[in-house]
Design a protein. Structure first.
Lengths: 101, 712, 562
C-alpha cells in the first residue's frame, strides 16, 4: 500500500504545474492543457480519499464524472479556441483583451 | 272640506268629446295636409274649414240651451300630482267656436282670391289651419296650463303669419317683435300659473274656482284649505300673491290683446297679409286676451281688476289718438283695434263681464269686415302696379273717390265704420253702450280719480268716430289722388270692384255688424247675447273682493242708463261731424291731402308716432339689453375667462421658476452624485486588464489568502 | 329581458373599440360602420332595458330594492390591516333617475355616430376613441359604486381630450387643454370627497355578515350605538349606502351625528360644496362655464353633440346622485346659493348668447342658460323642481344635439359659422330652415316641445318651494321667467338675421355649396325632432319612469331637513 502522503504530494505537484502553465503560457491550447493537468490533480486527490470509503468508492465514481465532464469541456473549449483564432487571427491570450476596462 | 281629486278626476265617456276632437282635428288636418298637397291646398283647406264651421254652428245651436259640459282626463302625472286636461263647453265656448270658425272660414275664402298669385299658398293655408286649431284650443280647453300652451301656439302662428313674406326685412322684424312682446306677456302669465299651482296644485279652471271659494284670508295670508287624496292640505301664501296672480294672468292678456304697455307689436303686425290681419289681429287672436280675462274673471281680486280697468282705458285712449293721423290704411285699423281691445279689457276691469264679451263679438265682425274691405282696396289697387306705375297701395294719400268704382266695398266699409263709431242701429252701439254704462256705474261707486278713467273712455268714443270717418271720407270720396300724383288721368277707370270671392265675406261680416242680428233693441241688456251670457258669481275671498261688483245695484244702472246712451250717441255724432268738417270732399285738408306731410306740432307728432313708445323701447330697453349682453360677453371673455387664462399663465410662470430651481439646485445635486461615482469608477477601471490569466492568478492569490485567514 | 343587460350596454362599445383597433387600414371604410352598428345595438339594448323597467317600484331611494337590472359582484378588495379592508364592487343598476339619462346617452351617441360619418382624417383613432367615450359615458350613468363611477367619470376625459385636440378647429389645443384642466379640477374635488366618504360609510350587509346579524336595521342600530368593534366594520363605496345617513360610521368625519369640522366649518358642508363645484364645472354653471364655449366651438360637430348632449348632463346627474343624496342637509343649507346661481346662469347665459357672433358660441351660451334651469329645479328640492331638472336635462340633450347638428350642417358646407355672413337662407334652404325653426323654437321653450314641459315643471317646483320646504324664495322663478323672454330674443334675432330677408352670403362660391339637407342629415335631425315633439306632447312617457324615484328622492331630502 502506498502511503497517502506521496500520492497527495503528486497531486499537489501536478496542480502547481498545471497552475503555472495556465498562468504563464501565452498559447490558449497550452492553457487548456494546464487546466487538464489541474483537473487530473484533483482527480488523483479524489481517488486517494476514496480509500477511506471502501464500501461505496464515491471518490472514484466522482473522478469518473470529472473525467467525462472534462472531456466535454475540452471539446467545447477547443471549439471556442478555434473560433477565437479565426476571429482574432491569433491564439495569443495577451492580445485578446477585449474585456479590458 | 273639498277634495281635490273629486274635482279633477277623469269623467266618464261623453259623446261630446267626439265633437270636440273633430273640431280640433279638422284644422290640424288642414295644417298638415296643406303642406303636402300643395296645388289644391287653398280649396282643400277652405273646404275643411267650411265643414268645421258647419259643425261649430250646429253645436252652438243644438247645445245652446243645454247645461254646460265638462270633460276631464289625465294628461300626465308629476310626482303624485295629476296634470289633468279638461274641455268645457258653455255658452261662451260655443259662441267662440262658432265665431272663430266662421271668421276663419270667411278669411279662407277671401284668401283664395287675395293670395292667388303667391307661390307659397300651401304654406299660407297651412298656417291658417294651425292658427284656427290653436285658437279653438284656447276656447275649448278649460285648464290654465293647456290654455297657456295653445295661447303660446297662437302667438307662434301669429309670428309665422306676420313673417309670411319673410323676404321683407320689415315683415321679419315685425314678426319678431310680435312674438317677443307676446312672450313678455306670457312670462307674466306663467307667473300667474305658478302662483295658482302653488296654491291649488291643479290647473283645472273649474277646480281652481271651486278651491278659490274655500280659500280665505287669514292674518294677511291667503290660505287654501282642501284635501288631496284624503290628506288635509293648507297652502298658504302672502295675501299679496292673490292680487299678483290676477295681475300676472292679466299680463298674458296684455301681450296677446295688445294692451299698454305691450301694444306696440300690433301696428307692426300689419306687415302680414291683410286677411291675416283681419282674422288674427282684429277678430280672434287679439280677442283671446279678453276671452282669458273672462275665463279667470272670478279669480281676479279688487286690485287686479282695478289695474285691468285702468290699463284698458289708457290703451283705448292712446291708440285712438294714434289712429287719428296715420297714412297707412291698415295702421289706422290696427290702432283702432288696439283702442277697441282697450274697451273690452276695461269692461272686464270694471266688472262688465258680459258687456266686454259682447263687444268682443261685435268687434270681431265689424273689424274683420273693415280689414277685409281694406284688403279688397289694397288688392285691387295692387293690380294697377306696372313698370312705370309704382306706389304704396296701403297709403290713403293715393286713394280717394273709390266709392264710385267700388260701391259694394264702400257700403260694407261704411256699415262697419258706423258700427265701430257706435251709432245706433249698429252692433257696436249696443256693446259700447253697455260697457260705458257699467264703467260709469263703477266710477260712481269708486268716485274721485276714477272718473278720469271713464273720461278717457268717453274721449275715445269721439276720437273713434273722428278717425274712422276720416278714413271713410279720404278713401271713398272726392277724386282718385293717384291720378294727380302720378299725373296719369284716367287711371281711375282701371280700378275695378273686387270679385265675388272677395266681396261675399266682407258683405257677410257687414251684415253681422247690424244691430238687428243681436235683437231689434236699443238697449244692450235686452239683446239675446246679454240675456244668455250673464255675469258669473264672484269667488275671491271677501276682504280682497272688488266692492264695485258686490255693490253694483240694479238701481244705479237704471238711473244712469238714459244719460249714458245720450252722451255716447252725441259724442259719436259729434265725432262724425268734426270729421266731416275736417275731411269732407271740399275741405282744405282733403284738397291738399295728397301732399300731406307727417304731422308737425307736439300733438301731431305724438299721435303719428304713437306716443313715441316704440322709440322709447328701441332706444331704452332693446339697446340697453343688447349693450348689456355685449358687456357681459366682454366680461365673460376678458374678465372671467381672462382670470382663468391668467391663472394658467401664472402657473406657467411659476412652472418656469420651478424649472430653474429644478435644473440648477435639485438636478445639480443629482449631477454631483453622478460625477462622484464616475470618478470612482475611473479610478478602479485599471484593474480590469482583460487578461484572463491575470484574473486567474489574482483569484488564486485571493483564495490562498482567504484560506490562510481562515486557518489563522 | 336579458341578464346583465347593463354590462352589455357598457361593454359593447368598448369591444367595438377593440375591433376598430384590430381592423387593418385597408378596411378603413368599415370603421364607421362598426361604430354606427355598435352604438345602434347599444341603443337597442337600452330601449329593451327601458322597456323592462318598471316605473312603479320605488319606496326608498336609499335602498337597493328600489334598483332594477341590478348587477353586483365584488371587483377587488385589499386588506389594509388595521385600517379595515378596501373593497370595490362592480355594481351596476338603474333607477328612475338614471334611466332617462341612459336613454338620452344612447340616443345621442347613436346620432353622434351617424354624424361622424364623414370624418376624413385619422379614422382609426377617431372611431376607437369615440367608442371608448361611448362606453365610459354609459358606464357613468349606471355605475352605483362611487369608485366605479369615478373611474368612468375620469375615463371620459381622455378620449374627449384627444377628440377635441386632434379633430378640432383652429384653436383646438387651447380648447382641449382648457376642457381637460377644468374638468380635472372638478374631478379632484370629487375624488377628495370620495375618499372622505369611503372613510365614513360602512357596508351594513357585509358588516352584518362579519358580526353575524342579518337584519340591516339591527346592524345599523348596533353600529350607531358603538356595539360593533372598529375592525368588524367593513367600509363601502356603495352610493346607495352613502345616501342613507344610518350608514355613516359614528364619529367619522362626514357623519351627520358627529358633526365633524374642517377649519371651523361643518365637514359635510365643505364636502357638499366640493361636490357641488366639481359637478357645477361639468354642468356648467356660472362662473365655471368658460371652458364650454371654447370646447364647443373648437370640437368637431359630433363631439359637440356628445359634449352638450350628454356630458353636461353628468354634472346634473352627479349632483342628484351624489351631492344631494349624500348631504341633503347641506344641500338645504346652500339651496339659496344654488338657486341664485341657477337664476344667474339663466340670465347670464341668455344675455351672453344675445351678444355672440358665432352661431356655435350662441348655442353654447344657450346651454349655460338652459342648464341654469337644472340648478334652479334642484335647488327647489320639490318633486316638481327635481322632475323638471331631470326632464330639462333629457330635453336639452335632444334639443341641443339638434342645434349643434344644425351648426354642423352649415359648417360642413361653408366652413364658416359667423351669423353675420349669412342672410335669407330660407330662400335657398327651405327644408333646412324648417328644421332650424323647429330646433330654435323647441329651445326657446315653445309649448308642444319637450323644453316647455321641463321649464314649466322647474318653474312650478321653484315657486312652490318656499311654501312646501322653504328652500328658495319665490322671486327666483319669477325673475327666471325673464330668461324665457331673452331666449326668444336671441333665437328669433338669429333666425331673422340668418334665414329671413333677401338671400345673401358673404362669399359667392358658397352659393353652390349651400345645398339643402341630404338624406344622412335627415336621418339625424328628423328622429330628434320627432322625439322633441313626442316628449313635449306625451310627457308621461318619461314621467312614468321617473315619478316614483323622484318622490323617493324628495322624501329623502325632506326627512333629512326635518
Amino acid at each position: 500500500m502506498m502511503p497517502v502522503d506521496h500520492l497527495l504530494i503528486l497531486g499537489a505537484g501536478l496542480f502547481v504545474i498545471g497552475f503555472i502553465v495556465v498562468t504563464t503560457r501565452k498559447n490558449a491550447i497550452a492553457v487548456l492543457i494546464g487546466i487538464e493537468l489541474m483537473l487530473n490533480a484533483a482527480n488523483i486527490n479524489l481517488v486517494v480519499f476514496s480509500r477511506f470509503d471502501p464500501d461505496f468508492l464515491q471518490g472514484q465514481v466522482f473522478a469518473l464524472f470529472v473525467i467525462t465532464v472534462a472531456a466535454a469541456e475540452t471539446a467545447v473549449a477547443l471549439a471556442i479556441v478555434l473560433k477565437v483564432y479565426r476571429h482574432f487571427k491569433t491564439a495569443d491570450l495577451d492580445k485578446i483583451s477585449e474585456l479590458r476596462g | 272640506m273639498i277634495e281635490l281629486q273629486d274635482l279633477i278626476s277623469p269623467t266618464d265617456y261623453d259623446p261630446m268629446i267626439n265633437w270636440i276632437l273633430l273640431l280640433l282635428g279638422i284644422p290640424l288636418l288642414s295644417f298638415i295636409s296643406s303642406l303636402f298637397i300643395k296645388k289644391n291646398a287653398p280649396i282643400w283647406s277652405t273646404f275643411l274649414l267650411l265643414v268645421n264651421t258647419g259643425i261649430a254652428i250646429f253645436m252652438a245651436f243644438s247645445f245652446w240651451y243645454g247645461d254646460s259640459v265638462s270633460i276631464k282626463g289625465v294628461w300626465f302625472t308629476l310626482g303624485d300630482t295629476v296634470m289633468s286636461y279638461s274641455f268645457y263647453l258653455d255658452r261662451l265656448a260655443l259662441l267662440m267656436i262658432a265665431l272663430v270658425n266662421l271668421i276663419s272660414f270667411l278669411v279662407h275664402v277671401f284668401s283664395m282670391e287675395y293670395m292667388k298669385s303667391d307661390r307659397n299658398k300651401p304654406r299660407y293655408f297651412a298656417y291658417l289651419g294651425l292658427f284656427t286649431f290653436s285658437m279653438l284650443g284656447i276656447v275649448l280647453f278649460h285648464n290654465l296650463l293647456l290654455m297657456f300652451i295653445f295661447w303660446e301656439l297662437v302667438g307662434f302662428t301669429s309670428y309665422l303669419l306676420i313673417g309670411f313674406w319673410f323676404e321683407k326685412k320689415t315683415a321679419s322684424l315685425a314678426a319678431n317683435k310680435a312674438f317677443i312682446m307676446n312672450r313678455i306677456g306670457d312670462a307674466g302669465m306663467l307667473t300667474g300659473l305658478m302662483i295658482l299651482f302653488a296654491q291649488f296644485s291643479t290647473f283645472d279652471l273649474e277646480a281652481v274656482k271651486a278651491l278659490m271659494i274655500f280659500s280665505e284670508i287669514e292674518d294677511g295670508n291667503w290660505v287654501a284649505h282642501f284635501t288631496n287624496n284624503g290628506q288635509e292640505v293648507m297652502n298658504s301664501l302672502d295675501g299679496r300673491w292673490l292680487s299678483a296672480a290676477g295681475i300676472a294672468l292679466f299680463c298674458g292678456a296684455v301681450g296677446k290683446s295688445a294692451q299698454f304697455p305691450l301694444q306696440v307689436w300690433l301696428p307692426d303686425a300689419m306687415e302680414g297679409p291683410t286677411p291675416v290681419s283681419a282674422l288674427i289681429h282684429a277678430a280672434t287672436m287679439v280677442a283671446a286676451g279678453v276671452f282669458l280675462l273672462a275665463r279667470v274673471f272670478v279669480l281676479l281680486d279688487a286690485q287686479a281688476l282695478e289695474v285691468v280697468a285702468i290699463v284698458g282705458a289708457i290703451t283705448a285712449f292712446m291708440a285712438a289718438i294714434a289712429a287719428l293721423s296715420q297714412f297707412d290704411i291698415k295702421k289706422v285699423l290696427a290702432y283702432s283695434t288696439i283702442s277697441q281691445l282697450g274697451y273690452m279689457v276695461m269692461a272686464i276691469g270694471v266688472g262688465a263681464y258680459s258687456a266686454g264679451l259682447f263687444h268682443l263679438v261685435t268687434h270681431a265682425f265689424f273689424k274683420a269686415g273693415l280689414f277685409l274691405c281694406a284688403g279688397i282696396i289694397i288688392h285691387q289697387l295692387h293690380k294697377l302696379h306696372s313698370d312705370e306705375i309704382k306706389f304704396n297701395e296701403q297709403d290713403i294719400r293715393v286713394m280717394g273717390g273709390l266709392r264710385l268704382k267700388m260701391p259694394v266695398t264702400f257700403l260694407c266699409f261704411l256699415i262697419c265704420s258706423l258700427a265701430l263709431a257706435g251709432l245706433p242701429g249698429f252692433s257696436g252701439f249696443l256693446s259700447k253702450d253697455a260697457i260705458l254704462l257699467n264703467a260709469t256705474a263703477w266710477a260712481e261707486i269708486k268716485g274721485g280719480g276714477y272718473y278720469i278713467v271713464i273720461g278717457l273712455a268717453y274721449a275715445s268714443v269721439i276720437l273713434t268716430a273722428i278717425y274712422i270717418f276720416r278714413l271713410v271720407f279720404l278713401v271713398f270720396t272726392r277724386g282718385f289722388r293717384l291720378e294727380s300724383i302720378l299725373n296719369k288721368p284716367g287711371l281711375m277707370d282701371k280700378v275695378k270692384e273686387g270679385n265675388l270671392i272677395l266681396l261675399i265675406p266682407a258683405i257677410l261680416l257687414a251684415v253681422g255688424s247690424i244691430s238687428i242680428v243681436f235683437g231689434a233693441n236699443v238697449k244692450a241688456e235686452n239683446t239675446w247675447f246679454m240675456q244668455f251670457i250673464t255675469n258669473p258669481i264672484y269667488l275671491v275671498p271677501e276682504s280682497y273682493a272688488a266692492f264695485s261688483l258686490v255693490d253694483l245695484s240694479e238701481a244705479t244702472i237704471k238711473s244712469l242708463h238714459g244719460w249714458v246712451a245720450i252722451v255716447s250717441i252725441s259724442l259719436a255724432v259729434g265725432g262724425l261731424v268734426i270729421s266731416y268738417f275736417l275731411y269732407r270732399p271740399i275741405s282744405k285738408k282733403a284738397l291738399i291731402f295728397q301732399d300731406a306731410p307727417e304731422p308737425r306740432g307736439a300733438l301731431g307728432r305724438i299721435s303719428f308716432n304713437h306716443w313715441y313708445q316704440d322709440v322709447l323701447y328701441e332706444k331704452a330697453i332693446v339697446k340697453f339689453i343688447v349693450i348689456k349682453g355685449k358687456a357681459l360677453a366682454w366680461f365673460d371673455e376678458k374678465i372671467l375667462d381672462g382670470f382663468v387664462n391668467g391663472l394658467a399663465k401664472t402657473q406657467v410662470v411659476l412652472a418656469h421658476i420651478v424649472r430653474w430651481f429644478d435644473k440648477y439646485i435639485i438636478d445639480g445635486f443629482v449631477h454631483l452624485t453622478v460625477s462622484t461615482s464616475g470618478r470612482i469608477g475611473q479610478a478602479t477601471r485599471s484593474i480590469q486588464s482583460g487578461n484572463v490569466q491575470t484574473y486567474i492568478l489574482s483569484a488564486m492569490i485571493l483564495l490562498i489568502l482567504l484560506l490562510l485567514w481562515l486557518m489563522i | 329581458m336579458i341578464q346583465g343587460i347593463l354590462s352589455y350596454i357598457i361593454f359593447l362599445p368598448l369591444i367595438a373599440a377593440a375591433v376598430v383597433l384590430c381592423l387593418p387600414k385597408r378596411l378603413e371604410s368599415s370603421y364607421r360602420i362598426v361604430t354606427v352598428v355598435a352604438t345602434g345595438l347599444t341603443l337597442l339594448l337600452t330601449i329593451i332595458a327601458v322597456y323592462s323597467f318598471d316605473g312603479g317600484i320605488a319606496e326608498n331611494i336609499n335602498s337597493e330594492e328600489n334598483l332594477q337590472l341590478l348587477e353586483k359582484s365584488e371587483w377587488f378588495s385589499l386588506d389594509l390591516g388595521s385600517l379595515g379592508s378596501f373593497s370595490v364592487d362592480y355594481f351596476l343598476a338603474v333607477d328612475g333617475i338614471s334611466i332617462p339619462m341612459l336613454l338620452l346617452a344612447s340616443i345621442v351617441l347613436f346620432i353622434g355616430a351617424i354624424s361622424s360619418w364623414n370624418i376624413r382624417q385619422k379614422k382609426k383613432g377617431y372611431f376607437a376613441l369615440y367608442l371608448l367615450l361611448s362606453g365610459s359615458v354609459l358606464g357613468c350613468f349606471v355605475a352605483l359604486d362611487f369608485f366605479l363611477f369615478y373611474l368612468f367619470f375620469e375615463f371620459m376625459l381622455l378620449p374627449m381630450y384627444f377628440l377635441i385636440g386632434i379633430w378640432g378647429g383652429p384653436r383646438k389645443e387651447y380648447a382641449a387643454i382648457k376642457f381637460f384642466i377644468y374638468t380635472l379640477i372638478g374631478s379632484i374635488l370629487i375624488l377628495i370627497v370620495m375618499i372622505g366618504l369611503y372613510n365614513s360609510v360602512y357596508d351594513p350587509v357585509r358588516t352584518g355578515a362579519e358580526i353575524g346579524v342579518t337584519s340591516i336595521e339591527q346592524v345599523q342600530t348596533m353600529v350607531q350605538s358603538g356595539e360593533v368593534a372598529r375592525e368588524d366594520i367593513i367600509k363601502s363605496f356603495n352610493m346607495i349606502y352613502m345616501a342613507d345617513q344610518a350608514n355613516y360610521i359614528p364619529g367619522s368625519l362626514l357623519s351627520q351625528m358627529s358633526g365633524g369640522e374642517i377649519i371651523g366649518k361643518s365637514a359635510r358642508w365643505i364636502a357638499f360644496l366640493a361636490l357641488l363645484i366639481g359637478f357645477a364645472i361639468k354642468l356648467p354653471s356660472f362662473p365655471f362655464h368658460t371652458w364650454l364655449p371654447d370646447a364647443h366651438v373648437e370640437a368637431p360637430t359630433p363631439i359637440s353633440v356628445v359634449l352638450a348632449g350628454i356630458l353636461l348632463k353628468i354634472g346634473g346627474y352627479g349632483l342628484i346622485r351624489t351631492a344631494f343624496s349624500f348631504f341633503p342637509d347641506s344641500a338645504f343649507h346652500y339651496s339659496w346659493m344654488i338657486g341664485f346661481f341657477g337664476v344667474f346662469s339663466i340670465l347670464y347665459g341668455a344675455l351672453n348668447a344675445l351678444a355672440q357672433k358665432d352661431i356655435k358660441k350662441l348655442i353654447a351660451y344657450s346651454s349655460v342658460s338652459h342648464m341654469g334651469f337644472v340648478l334652479l329645479g334642484l335647488a327647489a328640492m320639490t318633486v316638481e323642481g327635481i322632475s323638471g331638472a331631470i326632464y330639462q336635462m333629457f330635453s336639452h340633450g335632444l334639443i341641443t344635439s339638434m342645434l349643434f347638428l344644425i351648426a354642423g350642417v352649415l359648417y360642413d358646407r361653408t366652413q364658416d359659422r359667423l351669423i353675420e355672413n349669412y342672410g335669407g337662407l330660407a330662400n335657398r334652404l327651405p327644408r333646412f330652415t324648417i328644421v332650424v325653426g323647429i330646433a330654435f323654437f323647441a329651445s326657446l321653450g315653445l309649448p308642444g316641445f319637450s323644453g316647455f314641459i321641463a321649464e314649466l315643471m322647474v318653474f312650478l317646483g321653484a315657486f312652490k318651494s318656499s311654501a312646501v320646504i322653504g328652500a328658495i324664495p319665490q322671486w327666483m322663478p319669477v325673475v327666471a321667467t325673464i330668461g324665457l323672454i331673452l331666449g326668444a330674443g336671441y333665437y328669433l334675432w338669429t333666425l331673422q338675421r340668418m334665414f329671413m330677408g333677401k338671400y345673401w352670403v358673404k362669399k359667392a362660391e358658397w352659393t353652390e355649396r349651400l345645398k339643402d339637407l341630404n338624406s344622412r342629415e335627415y336621418l339625424m335631425l328628423v328622429p330628434l325632432a320627432v322625439l322633441v315633439f313626442w316628449f313635449g306632447i306625451f310627457p308621461d312617457t318619461l314621467m312614468s319612469l321617473i315619478n316614483s324615484s323622484v318622490e323617493g328622492f324628495t322624501d329623502l331630502l325632506n326627512q333629512a331637513i326635518r
